[in-house]
Design a protein around this ligand. Structure first.
Ligand code: FPP
Length: 250
């Protein structure tokens, strides 16, 4: 019998969970359906994950919904994803308000179709005072692009003499990332059996625990998030320290 705890310790809940929601296409294919069918069925997984995360006291949930590389997919699929984003945000707004979900986005949002930008802006504005959980959608997001962007903006400040080179530190870099208002990631989950980071939150995951599961995203449910958190809680996060230092709270 395993000696590992099988109930979640509410005092050790990861504050920020990031998820690479992978496997929608394969899920649909297994059912003899088009890939878009998988994306549509991903919404139940998103809803259930966000609800359970919120119930447990997770402060931040960040979902990789569309990467900079995803623009290279067939136009039909890109259009379907964008329209799914718009309809979902509109449909879920009353639920976001009822559940006090604050919606946020990261990525090159100006690259999205105008309609998606408008809907996203409205939902972010309407939910801005909600406090239970911050639900961030990474859209047209790429971590390298984010870092390049931050370097450009910091460089401009140096050139304009608004910032001295010597003052550049981790905090300044953090403040120039799309995630300036989010804490570091504690737990990163990727579904579908792939074990890669795929250009997601590279800077913010420096000390994150990584959890990989074979479950395809549309099948991801409360019990899978439970398993990921149990696994996280059984790990020792040392941040470069020794086990002894962690035990003695140094
Ligand atoms: C990965 O599966 C998933 C995506 C690239 C898109 C994620 C989108 C959603 C979960 C739904 C839409 C989101 C919102 C916010 C409404 P894949 O297509 O790469 O699957 P595969 O690896 O099996 O081909």
């Amino acid at each position: 019998m395993s000696s590992k705890p099988q109930s979640i310790n509410l005092k050790k809940i990861p504050n920020h969970i990031a998820i690479i929601m992978d496997g929608n296409g394969r899920w649909a294919k297994q059912k003899g359906m088009q890939r878009v069918f998988g994306h549509k069925n991903a919404l139940t997984a998103i809803r259930e994950t966000a609800d359970y995360a919120s119930e447990l006291g997770v402060g931040y949930l960040t979902l990789y919904a569309f990467s900079t590389e995803n623009w290279n997919r067939p136009k039909f699929e890109v259009d379907a994803l964008m329209s799914l984003l718009v309809t979902t945000l509109k449909k879920e707004l009353p639920e976001f308000m009822r559940k006090s979900v604050k919606v946020n986005s990261i990525g090159a949002i100006d690259q999205l179709p105008k309609k998606a930008q408008k809907t996203l802006k409205e939902v972010i504005e309407k939910t801005k005072n909600n406090t239970k959980i911050t639900l961030t959608f990474a859209l047209s997001y790429g971590a390298r692009e984010e870092i390049v962007n931050a370097i450009k903006n910091i460089s401009k400040k140096v050139v304009n003499k608004e910032l001295e080179i010597e003052k550049i530190d981790e905090k300044i870099i953090n403040n120039h990332l799309y995630t300036f208002n989010l804490p570091d990631v504690d737990l990163m989950i990727r579904t579908s059996g792939e074990q890669r980071i795929s250009n997601f939150l590279l800077w913010q995951m420096a000390y994150a625990e990584l959890y990989f599961t074979d479950v395809l995203w549309p099948d991801f449910r409360k019990e899978h998030l439970f398993n990921a958190i149990i696994d996280y809680q059984n790990r020792e996060r040392r941040f470069g320290k020794t086990s002894e230092q962690i035990d003695s709270n140094e």
